[in-house]
Design a protein around this ligand. Structure first.
Ligand SMILES: [Zn+2]
Length: 271
């Protein structure tokens, strides 16, 4: 599944090239997760001003309103001056005077939704519950700690919920908790300020590194159609149950938390 780093890498792959382009037409294939919410013909002639990201949504600012794109479980976007004929899993072509942005999505959990404004109900239904962006200046250690203090659930599940900080998916949560030396089962509200600061730094480090490496992981992702994780070759704990910890050689353990598998080192990560 594309996680925040893959979505950010996708954004960077076409944002500069499509900015300023004029839409010729939006062509949709089989139904995606939600309807577009506007007559697609109304988009023709509008300019794409910028491509922003909020969580795992890409926001294309148009003359009137914005398009919200989500890659779902298996989606990928490609922007090219010429595209081949659409295949059976190509469900959106946004044709512009600079090229065509194509959504390829075999499982069709992706989405293309138009909203009149970012604060309009159509957009807020999708974006309203999202926590702060981990790679933006607004992600502040003291505020992060204060938010964790309000939660009694295990820290791993609080991170995955995405309403305090967005985009820390299963792989990245496991890796960040290892880097911070915090056991995934630790109650969020029990984490001290110094440990919350370490976790804050670890989340930024893990996600930033994944974005830096995104070029190659994104190609893997496209060819594998979302079936494999990224970032796994060098993971400290994720997917390494039974293998020696890279720091202390204790075998890495796995457990199920909220229906997701969690990996941790019982020595390096303290409750
Ligand atoms: Zn260890």
């Amino acid at each position: 599944m594309p996680e925040l780093p893959e979505v950010e890498v996708t954004r960077r792959s076409f944002a500069d090239r499509i900015a300023g382009a004029v839409i010729d037409g939006l062509h949709l294939g089989k139904p995606l997760r939600w309807p577009l919410g506007v007559d697609a013909r109304a988009l023709a002639g509008q300019r794409v001003h910028a491509v922003r990201r909020r969580g795992k949504y890409l926001l294309l600012d148009l003359d009137e309103g914005l398009l919200l794109l989500h890659l779902g479980m298996s989606g990928s976007l490609n922007f090219a001056p010429q595209q081949p004929m659409p295949g059976p899993h190509d469900h959106m072509d946004l044709v512009t005077d600079r090229g065509t942005l194509r959504l390829h999505d075999p499982r069709r959990f992706g989405a293309v939704v138009w909203a009149p404004a970012e604060d309009a109900p159509q957009a807020q239904k999708l974006l309203g519950h999202l926590g702060v962006e981990p790679l933006a200046g607004a992600f502040d250690a003291a505020r992060f700690h204060a938010a964790l203090r309000q939660r009694s659930a295990p820290i791993k599940q609080v991170l995955l919920a995405g309403d305090i900080v967005v985009g820390v998916g299963n792989i990245y949560a496991s890796e960040a908790l290892f880097l911070a030396g915090i056991r995934p089962t630790t109650r969020a509200g029990k984490i001290s300020l110094p440990r919350a600061r370490r976790l804050h730094q670890a989340i930024i480090a893990v996600l930033s590194r994944a974005v830096e490496q995104g070029g190659s992981s994104l190609r893997d992702f496209v060819s594998a159609e979302g079936k494999t994780g990224y970032f796994q070759l060098e993971a400290a704990v994720y997917g390494r149950a039974g293998q020696p910890c890279r720091v202390c050689a204790t075998p890495i353990r796995s457990m199920v938390q909220g229906q997701r598998t969690t990996f941790f080192c019982p020595t390096c990560q303290k409750p």
